[in-house]
Design a binder for this molecule. Sequence first.
Ligand code: NOJ
Length: 543
Amino acid sequence: MNDNKWWKNAIIYQIYPKSFKDSNNDGIGDLKGIIEKLDYLSFLGVDAIWLSPIYDSPMEDNGYDVADYFKIAPIFGTMEDMDSLISEAKKRNIRIIMDLVANHTSKEHVWFKEACKSIDNPYHDYFYWSDKPDDKISDFCGSSWEYVESLNLYYYHYFAKGQVDLNWTNPKVRQEIANIINWWLDKGVAGFRMDAIELIGKELDKNIFANGPKIHDYLRELNENSFGKKKDSITVGEGWPTTKIAIEYTNPEHHELDMMFNFDLISHIWKNNDLEKFEPNIPNLIELKKIFARWQNDLKDKGWNTLFWENHDLARCISNFGNDRFYREESAKALAYMLYFQQGTPFIYQGQEIGMINAYYTKLSDYQDIDSINKYQDKVIDKKIVSSSRMLKGLQRGSRDNARTPIPWNDKENAGWNNGATPWLKIIPNYKEINIEKAIANKDSVLYTYKDIFKFRKESEYRDTIINGSYETYLDDDPYIYVYKRSYNDKSFIVVVNYDDDNHELDLNIDVSNIIMSSYKDSPSSTRKVILRPYEAIVYKIK
Ligand code: NOJ
């Protein structure tokens, strides 16, 4: 199955441009800032950058509201900067993956401005309209329908008011998106992360949103008219599929997408009364093992997995799954071992590699994210279903801004992120402790765990085991210890992790030989009746 595809063994690093590096000291990260740091990414072992949107946009949702797909937002730079980013990255064998926001455009996009002129305008049918709005609620609160006085009609938006849903039933819309993709591919980008792609087949009158009946036709058509023509391109879809649905999208014989993000874990976290992600329902280890096994086993030879803990919409993984107060580094390393020896393409999010934790802001005014601000307004002020203090605590757990704080590059002024101008979002207070310079200087830091895992995946004798190997687990009912084995032909290794902040005995009758990698310096060389320390993680070679 597609074994020669470069992305099966690539490390993809997500950059949220607003927060990565501010080169011109205006308080907002930019493309030149990314170029400055390419050598760092190369040192880390990154093969491709997934760039969150940098297109021209009113930034209602930080660029996920595109006003012009062929222009760079002035706050990020110019098209020349984009060209140099592509070519400078290429010199370092790093590819650029764009974020294709094609479920919706900004209401500032010329298509929408035209569409509002009259119902006979050729762009009118690029969007969904109704003269009688129903009770659909948008993802960022409030009605999904917004009135346009000039037409006496309402337009539909799944997300914010400024993010107008494109009508994919219109073949002209589908062609426009193919043109955008081709234009960027011609420029030299490697592919696309496809935002909210599962929604493009929605059927509003039937209340069907994700995975609508036509979605596979649309994606096959798009594949044929655009990225499918470029054989080494990469596409990764954003959606919340079951494994069965993920296979429909990613089976290479279907000619749709290369891979989908797996949000099974996140659905689990969000399944909690009124406050969903703001009072996260963190799975215990036994539940986590089941989720991992489901994706590893179901997709084997039928589709392709993505491996990720974080992105710009989620809390930091150590704050959710680890212990960010007492075992920050140990638990960061344990989480890396748990996931990144599995089968699939690894994605890491900026700052994850140094074990960044949630922002823990204390005031509503510290937040910039539309989702956090609207949800506070909705739950605390409008509906009065939670108290302000409960919601503020909730934001500390689940706000998207937790992962969007500027990257701390060193312990100097403004964490070396810029030269002192006020950043658009507050820098974490603990940047003197957690920063990239410090992580590079300490060979025992979380950063070297990531770097070593990446090297192991790409360069060791286990490269094929990582790409093709089977996934077998042990001690499935153990609430503290996670063990999985990967094997391919005559090469096997086993990963053992103590997912707890206490010591636990491991007693596993497997004949291991030497340790390939471990998170503590002096880990036990056997798996028989040994004590694992908090978050201790070890990879053994199997005889
Ligand atoms: C998913 C993106 O990751 C998120 O940041 C955005 O708000 C929505 N899609 C809408 O584009």
